[in-house]
Design a protein around this ligand. Sequence first.
Ligand SMILES: NC(=O)c1ccc[n+]([C@@H]2O[C@H](COP(=O)([O-])OP(=O)(O)OC[C@H]3O[C@@H](n4cnc5c(N)ncnc54)[C@H](OP(=O)(O)O)[C@@H]3O)[C@@H](O)[C@H]2O)c1
Length: 255
Amino acid sequence: MLTNKKALITGASSGIGYETAKLFAQNNVNLLLFSRNIDKIKNDIEEWKIKYNIKIEAFQVDVQNLSIVNNVFEKLDSYWDDIDFLVNNAGLALGLETIEKQDVNDWEIMIDTNIKGLLYITKKVLPLMKKNNKGHIINIGSVAGVWTYANGVVYCATKAAVKTISEGIRIELVDTPIKVTNIQPGLVETNFSITRFKGDNIKAKKVYEGIEALTAIDIAEVILWVCSTKPHVQIAEVTIMPTNQATSTVVFRKN
Ligand SMILES: NC(=O)c1ccc[n+]([C@@H]2O[C@H](COP(=O)([O-])OP(=O)(O)OC[C@H]3O[C@@H](n4cnc5c(N)ncnc54)[C@H](OP(=O)(O)O)[C@@H]3O)[C@@H](O)[C@H]2O)c1
């Protein structure tokens, strides 16, 4: 169904972005992949190209940096002028501390990646989608954008912004065939917590203790589903959590 479509996925080197790229590849979607550490998946890319007979181009892109984002779009082949799916996935949380204890630099990185990076990429792709009168933007928000939690205030604020930006763009595009979806996952076991705790694997493991967390594949499958709906069907938001999670903080853990 998605054969010959074209997708841009940010943050494709790990977790949800990586599994989405893999699942899209298996469904014969051509891929444009951005990440800072994109080399991590260069062997997979070569394998997918051959196995699924698709075009894949991958670039080292830090979405926080506007001139890097502008440069990469300037040098892109015109093949990518009609991207069908933009998956704005690159994002992160840093630290779990009260506002007064949090590192200001961590705030900057979260805001610059999760909000500004998403906007920079969208600003480059949306005019092409409008010109082609087709496309679908899939933003990766979070339950953190729905239910704020203590010690993660700035991360929660960035994901609330993703919710607002998704809604705003959906309103601006109401008279077009272009769809906007905000995916809001709960606990997904990826490198997310290792990044949040700056490499402290023991703290990161604790986040998923006593609960069967979602996997990045679970989220990739939802992304594939929202991208597979009929042209008149727009999935506006998906909030997806493990069965034993009810809000961002209400979690049942077995001993
Ligand atoms: N895991 C969860 O529980 C959870 C829940 C809700 C929402 N989310 C959201 O899901 C998204 C993906 O996270 P994940 O769980 O898959 O974590 P992950 O495994 O740590 O992956 C994060 C991805 O984002 C990329 N990234 C980070 N900063 C970037 C930048 N400045 N420029 C380009 N790429 C950047 C990373 O690539 P490089 O390091 O190579 O750049 C990596 O590929 C994030 O937006 C996160 O907020 C996760």
